[in-house]
Design a protein around this ligand. Structure first.
Ligand code: FEO
Length: 385
């Protein structure tokens, strides 16, 4: 696949993977992207997951024919992109690695060598001339590892963006970008909003026509749409009006309250209600929804003197990902000493700029007249502004 006249795609699709990064379900697989720039000198950008080394090297051979690559540019050392560095360097004994100082430290950790005779260490602002193409390197620490750099080719106006602008899903599946890019962003990069903002500021100074990420499709159209979404996500802004409801339910009584709330929210004009059963649905989808919408309802039972485990895990995900700037409401259930709301509020204590809804719902085993009225009042409050 040609990206431009000189830039070719040499990545791979993975439909064998069960869990990406050991935790994310990827029903449509995963792409590990890699690119070749053909010029007086030939550069390969990044490697692919360990299981696809031979296929990747075959794609490189297909792209460069009998020529030999001069450089392997390593933007990110996470193994989904770095696993085949050693086999590349063995296959092409004259090639040189171009990467950040920190990345070479990681290479010695992964491979037992930092290629002392075959490396060029680059930092922010350094350039590498391939002939017609002059690449400049931009530090992107914590997007999403500390060694990360991205690469700008001023000749073809291409930004090689490492994990930024990536998504779940292989490239031979046609699907909406935002849905799986959002789930990927909040799961994997979401904690590092400040660092993504820093990268976006640097990117704003560049004339970009194409974004080549390490996962997901090459972006050539509507770049403003993608950049705007990344700006909203990384600034923890509200993307869509609506209410996310995350719940656990043991015997169905808490679920009934959630269903009633969803119905009442819709009756009160709420544009979107996204409901997740934390025990059965995808946790990463629930995290994504919590960040997508401006309001979140947490509904769970008191359990073993605490809250139901799936809800504890969910709130831990939110806190870990710097959850902020939202309104949160609570529904608790308990048959003798309900105190789930107290526990959930306590867990969110360190989060910045959270407003807690005035109305809370307390269910004593099953909905009754009083708790039903509380649900109705909560729905009204959440739809007021
Ligand atoms: Fe796709 Fe952070 O690795």
């Amino acid at each position: 696949m040609n990206i431009t006249g000189d830039i070719k795609y040499v990545g791979v699709n993975d439909h064998e993977i069960d869990l990406f990064e050991g935790q994310y379900t990827v029903p449509n697989g995963m792409a590990y992207n890699s690119y070749v720039i053909l010029d007086d000198k030939i550069a390969v950008l990044d490697s692919v997951d360990a299981r696809f080394g031979d296929e990747w090297l075959g794609h490189i051979r297909g792209a460069i024919g009998k020529k030999l690559p001069d450089y392997l540019i390593v933007q990110h050392m996470e193994p989904d992109h770095s696993a085949n560095i050693l086999s590349f360097m063995t296959t092409y004994p004259k090639a040189v690695i171009v990467s950040s100082k920190h990345a070479f430290v990681m290479m010695s950790q992964y491979f037992g060598t930092d290629f002392p005779e075959r490396r060029i260490i680059v930092k922010e602002g350094d350039t590498l001339s391939l002939g017609k193409h002059v690449l400049s390197f931009i530090a992107a620490p914590l997007v999403h590892w500390p060694e990360v750099m991205v690469t700008y080719d001023a000749t073809d106006k291409v930004l090689f963006s490492a994990d930024a602008f990536g998504k779940f899903g292989a490239l031979d599946i046609d699907e909406d970008w935002a849905c799986e890019a959002r789930r990927y962003y909040f799961g994997i990069v979401g904690k590092f909003g400040v660092q993504v903002q820093n990268l976006l500021k640097k990117a704003a100074a560049l004339d970009i026509k194409t974004i080549c990420p390490l996962h997901g499709p090459v972006l050539t159209k509507n770049l403003e749409y993608h950049l705007n979404l990344y700006n909203t996500w990384s600034s923890y802004g509200v993307e869509s009006e609506g209410v996310a409801i995350a719940y656990t339910s043991i015997y169905g009584h808490t679920k009934k309250a959630v269903e009633l709330l969803a119905e009442k929210l819709k009756e009160n004009g709420c544009p979107k209600v996204a409901v997740t059963d934390l025990a059965r649905d995808d946790m990463a989808e629930a995290v994504e929804d919590a960040f997508r919408y401006g309001k979140l309802v947490l509904a769970t039972t008191t359990y073993n003197g605490d809250i139901f485990p799936f809800m504890r895990t969910f709130i831990e995900h939110l806190v870990e990902h710097n959850y902020k700037n939202r309104t949160v409401a609570f529904i608790e259930n308990g048959s003798w000493a309900p105190w789930a709301t107290k526990v959930m509020k306590g867990m969110l204590e360190g989060c910045k700029n959270l407003a807690f809804a005035e109305n809370t719902v307390r269910i004593l085993s099953a909905l009754n007249g009083e708790s039903t009225a509380q649900v109705e009042n909560l729905a009204k409050e959440l739809c007021q502004n």
